[in-house]
Design a protein around this ligand. Structure first.
Ligand code: ATP
Ligand code: MG
Length: 435
């Protein structure tokens, strides 16, 4: 689990704010659910045989001897909240969420025990257009974040019947070749055979080349459905690749499954994963209701943005991590001056300027050093002299300017009416070089 330090949070805020804009534009509302749920929600919803429930959950007994779990993903909680609060009575739900998730995994680049997801769920819609719209939401957001090197892979898992047919074909075929499988896949052969398709083991992958294919088990209807999703994606000009091995880690998916990956992320290459889950709501005690959603892993997204920013420091991705430096650093010393500075800083902030007030009462040269380090565009100086003359000193801290240009570098403004100061700040508001 990691701390996010002050220099890291601007990029998080930028992503969250852009995502919010995309969601508002698409008429999607935010939902916030507790981080802690009854363990049963996940064992019922995600499935006992999955890695997430089987080995990755943070579960414990609370003081009332109830088994509780820190949520490992968002979908089950969103569905629980939707059902508990009767939201489906109001019609279909288009929801988004963001926040920390917890999985006991081996930490490595792009894999943490507390990580963050941003996710979307469309509940109550089964039209293939909604599949395309949900995928487009993720794709467009990632494009808008400046990620231009992504790949969208899609697959159809068919319906429950299709999968039953396929499962028995696959198990039959693999059972006679069991010794060639990696140990994880051998275990999955009985419990969760479809997950073998998704094995990271290269020998297993080579063996699977000749195995029965999922698409040949799809019913006519499932095939038609999958084709229709593709037509809509083409209409939206979203490039995609069909990956017949793509099955998602959680049990509740059917029909459309998709992932957005980046070759730049190494082993942890999936930035966004999602799919249709038409049986989950019923499984959790609700009425049969179709739904589809995705989740973006924010840590992986940020790793990617950082890599792309390094390659192209003036690109869109690079701008996201810019830190908001102050417009004005207020240097002040002397009893009256300090009192006045406190008031002035509030007035300037109320007018929209970013102001850092030095509260140290330290020597002027020390305050000037801090002003330079702060990245502020301007230093505003008030001391005994300024109080006496009634004039405040404004100094330009942009060191790229000619130091001997007095007009550019230093001005005096009346202390008791900040209008002329503000006017000057606004008209000279060349973009802060440090920002
Ligand atoms: P993986 O195959 O990488 O373990 P997953 O199939 O378990 O991923 P999902 O449950 O679909 O992942 O979660 C959606 C996204 O959340 C992933 O694509 C990834 O970006 C992110 N994610 C999942 N687990 C972690 C983790 N432990 N640390 C950081 N990000 C994660
Ligand atoms: Mg995982």
């Amino acid at each position: 689990m990691v701390d996010l330090l002050p220099e890291q949070t601007p990029i998080w805020q930028a992503i969250e704010s852009l995502a919010r804009t995309h969601f508002v534009r698409a008429g999607i509302s935010e939902i916030r659910t507790p981080l802690l749920e009854a363990t049963e929600l996940f064992s019922k919803g995600i499935g006992e045989e999955t890695d997430v429930v089987g080995k990755e959950m943070y579960s414990f007994l609370d003081r009332g001897e109830r088994s509780c779990t820190l949520r490992p993903e968002g979908t089950a909680s969103v569905i629980r909240a939707v059902l508990e609060n009767g939201l489906l009575n109001k019609g279909m739900q288009r929801l988004w969420y963001a926040g920390p998730m917890f999985r006991y995994e081996r930490p490595q680049a792009g894999r943490q025990r507390q990580f963050h997801q941003l996710g979307v769920e469309f509940i109550g819609l089964n039209q293939t257009r909604s599949d395309a719209e949900v995928i487009a939401l993720a794709w467009n957001l990632l494009q808008d974040l400046g990620l231009n090197n992504l790949e969208l892979e899609i697959n159809s898992l068919g319906d429950e019947e299709d999968r039953k047919t396929f499962r028995s074909q696959l198990v039959n075929w693999l059972q006679s070749r069991e010794s060639a499988l990696d140990t994880d896949s051998q275990k999955r052969l009985l419990q969760n055979p479809l997950r073998i398709l998704d094995s990271k083991n290269s020998q297993t992958q080579a063996l699977l080349e000749k195995a029965p294919k999922l698409h040949s088990s799809l019913s006519k209807e499932s095939q038609k459905r999958f084709a229709s999703v593709q037509i809509h994606l083409q209409a939206l000009d979203i490039p995609f690749k069909i990956n017949d091995r793509l099955v998602r880690g959680l049990d509740y998916y059917d029909q459309t499954a998709f992932e957005i990956t980046s070759p730049q992320l190494g082993a942890q290459s999936t930035v966004c994963g999602g799919g249709r889950y038409n049986r989950l709501i019923e499984q959790l005690g609700g009425p049969p209701t179709p739904a589809i959603g995705w989740a973006i892993g924010l840590e992986r997204l940020i790793l990617l943005i950082q890599q792309i920013s390094q390659e192209n420091p003036s690109g869109k991705a690079a701008l996201l991590s810019k830190i908001n430096h102050p417009d004005i650093f207020l240097i002040n010393k002397g009893a009256d001056a300090e009192k006045k500075a406190l008031v002035i800083s509030q007035e300037l902030r109320a007018a929209g300027f970013i102001v850092e007030l030095d509260c140290s009462s330290g020597a002027f040269n020390k305050q000037f050093k801090r002003a330079n380090r702060s990245g502020a565009r301007w230093a505003l100086v008030i001391g005994d002299d300024e109080m006496r003359t009634g004039q405040i000193r404004l100094k330009n801290l942009d060191h790229s300017l000619k130091q001997n240009d007095p007009i550019q570098n230093e001005q005096l403004h009346p202390l008791n009416n900040l209008e002329s100061l503000m006017e000057s700040l606004r008209t000279q508001a060349t973009p802060n070089k440090n920002n």
